[in-house]
Design a binder for this molecule. Structure first.
Ligand SMILES: Cc1cc2nc3c(=O)[nH]c(=O)nc-3n(C[C@H](O)[C@H](O)[C@H](O)COP(=O)(O)OP(=O)(O)OC[C@H]3O[C@@H](n4cnc5c(N)ncnc54)[C@H](O)[C@@H]3O)c2cc1C
Length: 309
């Protein structure tokens, strides 16, 4: 075994999920016994989902647990559980796992090219400052920054927050998806190319066949972290901000900022752009582009390739 690899195992961060097969089964059992009770209710919440989701993804990606083992255990549990609905939802997601990997196996180019070739025609001027701010969790949008910083430290965030991070990069910041796809992959403890590239392109809106979701980062924040508990955990600079300003701290007056021991623009950035204007501009461009002949031809090809029986 290469010496660097052995050394890297010795410094396995304690904030990561514990590794290995035994732990995979412990996570599976604790989900079935109790953690899964609030799975469906908490799935989109950045803080609560850490406990309520199965958290099986790293074990499946690293081969500690097979999809078949997880499926069989959940399927049996569903018959006798007090929370059948949430377990059923988790089973559905395991099926998605296989569905996405199948897509990637059919079109391995997903990693490098827009799966809908028509979207290669849409120019995205590169902005190094935007990309750096996004990568480092310094965009001035608290939930976006908290998610990125949490991901960098722990290797995991829930589905909705992954989708929001990609939406913010590709729609609000209007950067080509390839500018962020590897950065995020490097952070994921559960990196699985077969899910990652198709999901990333789906969120970036380059498939031409899926609904394009542009997540408003302020709305996501007030919907899923209303009291800013997750935000404050990952952005210590915002520790003293009252709930009424936690989603948009730049809206505090200078006096309010001083009372909270923070100066926006110095201790924490101003928002990197106006999310409402940027979101609308991106929506118009991406939806408008769906009228291109090549996008339409490619959409038909994608549907035929991936959905016919
Ligand atoms: C841009 C982006 C990139 C992603 N990259 C990865 C990746 O590299 N590896 C990865 O495992 N998942 C990826 N996902 C899917 C999803 O976010 C994770 O599978 C999930 O958050 C893992 O946590 P969990 O095991 O607690 O999931 P649960 O919600 O408990 O789901 C159980 C299992 O179902 C599967 N699953 C759940 N959601 C999805 C989904 N949307 N698509 C496909 N399979 C799913 C996973 O195997 C997961 O372990 C990505 C999602 C997005 C939006």
């Amino acid at each position: 075994m290469p010496i660097e690899f052995v050394q890297s195992l010795e410094v396995y961060p304690s904030v990561f999920q514990p590794a290995g097969e035994d732990n995979a089964f412990k996570y599976l059992e604790s989900f079935i016994a109790e953690r899964g009770m609030n799975y469906s209710k908490h799935i989109s919440k950045p803080a609560e989902s850490r406990k309520s989701c199965t958290r099986l993804s790293p074990y499946i990606s690293w081969g500690n647990l097979s999809v078949k083992q997880a499926y069989q255990a959940l399927n049996e549990a569903q018959k006798i559980s007090n929370f059948k609905g949430p377990i059923k939802n988790a089973i559905t997601r395991l099926k998605w796992h296989c569905h996405f990997i199948q897509k990637f196996e059919v079109e391995g180019n997903y990693e490098f090219k827009c799966i809908n070739k028509g979207y290669e025609l849409l120019a995205h001027p590169k902005n190094e400052l935007f990309i750096k701010a996004w990568e480092e969790g310094k965009t001035g949008f608290p939930l976006v920054d908290a998610c990125m910083r949490c991901l960098i430290t722990t290797g995991w965030i829930n589905f909705r927050m992954r989708a929001m991070l990609i939406s913010f990069l590709c729609h609000h910041l209007y950067q080509d998806w390839r500018q962020g796809v590897h950065h995020v992959a490097r952070q994921f403890l559960d990196y699985e190319p077969g899910i990652h590239y198709p999901q990333f392109q789906m969120q970036a809106g380059t498939t031409g066949v899926n609904t394009i979701r542009i997540y408003n980062p302020v709305k996501q924040s007030s919907d899923h972290d209303p009291e800013g508990i997750f935000i404050k955990q990952w952005i210590p600079e915002l520790q003293n901000i009252p709930n009424s300003f936690i989603h948009e701290p730049h809206k505090m007056s200078l006096m309010e900022q001083q009372l909270c021991n923070i100066i926006i623009g110095k201790d924490y950035p101003f928002p990197i752009l106006d999310a409402t204007i940027a979101g609308k501009a991106a929506r118009d461009k991406i939806w408008g582009h769906r009228r291109e002949i090549l996008v339409k031809q490619e959409s038909a090809r994608i549907l035929f390739t991936h959905t016919r029986n």
